[in-house]
Design a protein around this ligand. Structure first.
Ligand code: FAD
Length: 395
């Protein structure tokens, strides 16, 4: 049995950040992970280039039952602090869009920075060990039992992530430990995830896979995102769809404005008076992908006519079709492809300053296992850094 001060369960973004911080405070820290490598989700993130933070991150970019919870850690360890850290390590990175920062070379650079920090802070890393149980002892210490050893420690930090990407080692251990100690775990669901479509919609859009359209997507609750939508062979994806998936509930519609910068009704009137002999198919194909227009014509959403054959009512209906195109997803692709898990350990159970469980001294929860979910765009890693940093000052 190894005696140690702090065991961090999970060598992901939150766990490695927390471990380094606690190590710098002079704590003896062990990080345990079942994976062969640390930071496996970091490595596949952002298409292998890791969108490691967002220049504009603020509490408004997060979903959480208690919207105030995240304020403390985000203000104590900001995106600028993380940028300062990567600058110190000489990371080459670039700004892509909407404040998103990506590595120039590879996400491995971020993992290397975290491992260097852990090394400098004297943290020991224990890979290929699945944590099976955490037990609280009469003397107030904890036993962390893994497949190969047992740690006896003062503090346990649960940084075991959510349920997304089971292939990359996602397990429900974090939620189980929370429940074991009587903490509320809010229902979880896949978020930042592509939509699947009902068979009739799949048939309508068969052959459109790979087409993307800059759109304004609105949920039934009125939340909006302006980014691309992407047709896939299973349904709809792309950043605007991933964003809205976090706000979508089964059975709801999403509404898609396919031409958010255009006065569509005026455009149809101009076409009718100035290019009346041209077909709608040819005219619309100048502003939207041709294959998409052909699909909308073949399913009857757009009439197969010339512009001068359009009645006033038809123009209104077409405008509605293109600016408020309603899609009712069948569901989502689920945890298999989702980027994050919505829900998790109820933040009312945790101190927003230290992330310690209010009713269980020495037990901490950080990162995705908690009920905090960021938008797409580097916000989730920023929460992992901020919560990991804050906990690392306290555990
Ligand atoms: P994780 O990174 O999931 O780490 C948890 C760790 O715990 C894992 O290493 C796991 O092996 C370990 N573990 C779990 N159970 C056990 C157990 N029983 N025993 C031992 N170890 C265990 N966010 C962004 O901000 N920007 C992006 O570009 C981005 N891209 C993404 C792309 C993809 C494909 C995915 C899936 C996610 C992406 N995310 C992105 C989200 C981001 O990866 C997560 O928010 C973040 O990794 C959460 O960090 P974490 O440390 O809380 O959990």
């Amino acid at each position: 049995m190894q005696q140690i001060e702090v065991v961090v369960i999970g060598a992901g973004a939150a766990g490695l950040m927390c471990a380094a911080q606690a190590g710098y405070r002079g704590r003896q820290v062990a990080v345990v992970d079942m994976g062969k490598k640390p930071g496996r989700k970091i490595l596949i993130s952002g298409g292998g280039r890791c969108n490691f933070t967002n220049e504009n991150a603020s509490p408004a970019n997060y979903l959480c039952k208690n919207p105030h919870f995240i304020k403390s850690c985000l203000s104590r360890y900001t995106q600028h602090d993380f940028i300062e850290l990567v600058d110190r390590h000489g990371l080459a990175y670039h700004h892509k869009t909407l404040g998103q920062l990506f590595c120039d070379n590879s996400a491995q650079d971020i993992v290397d920075i975290l491992l260097t920090e852990c090394d400098w802070a004297g943290v020991s890393l224990h890979l290929r060990q699945e944590v099976l149980a955490v037990e609280h002892q009469a003397d107030g210490r904890y036993l962390v039992k893994t497949t190969t050893q047992t740690f006896n420690c003062e503090s346990v930090v649960i940084a075991a992530g959510g349920l997304t990407m089971p292939k990359l080692g996602a397990t429900p251990i974090g939620y189980k430990i929370a429940e074991q100690f009587g903490l509320t775990v809010l229902p979880t669901t896949a978020a930042l995830v592509p939509f699947t479509l009902h068979d009739h919609d799949k048939a309508r859009f068969d052959g459109l896979s790979g087409i993307s359209v800059d759109s304004l997507v609105t949920s039934e609750s009125g939340i909006q995102f302006r980014e691309n939508i992407l047709f896939t062979h299973r349904g709809l994806s792309g950043p605007a769809i991933l964003q809205i998936s976090s706000f979508w509930k089964a059975g709801e519609f999403v509404s898609i404005n396919l031409l958010p910068d255009l006065d569509v009704q005026a455009q149809f009137h101009d076409w009718r008076s100035e290019q009346g002999q041209k077909s709608l198919k040819n005219l619309l194909s100048t502003i939207l992908p041709k294959r998409f227009i052909e699909a909308l014509i073949s399913d009857g959403s757009i009439p197969d006519k010339n512009a001068n054959q359009l009645s006033h009512t038809e123009i209104e209906k077409l405008t509605e079709t293109l600016t408020s195109w309603k899609i009712k997803p069948n569901g989502t692709e689920g945890y298999r492809t989702a980027e994050v898990t919505l829900g998790g350990v109820d933040t009312d159970e945790l101190s927003s300053k230290t992330f310690e469980a209010k009713k269980q001294k020495g037990l901490y929860f950080i990162g995705e296992v908690t009920d905090v979910t960021g938008w797409l765009g580097g916000y989730n890693f920023q929460y992992a850094w901020s919560s990991g940093w804050a906990c690392g000052q306290a555990c």
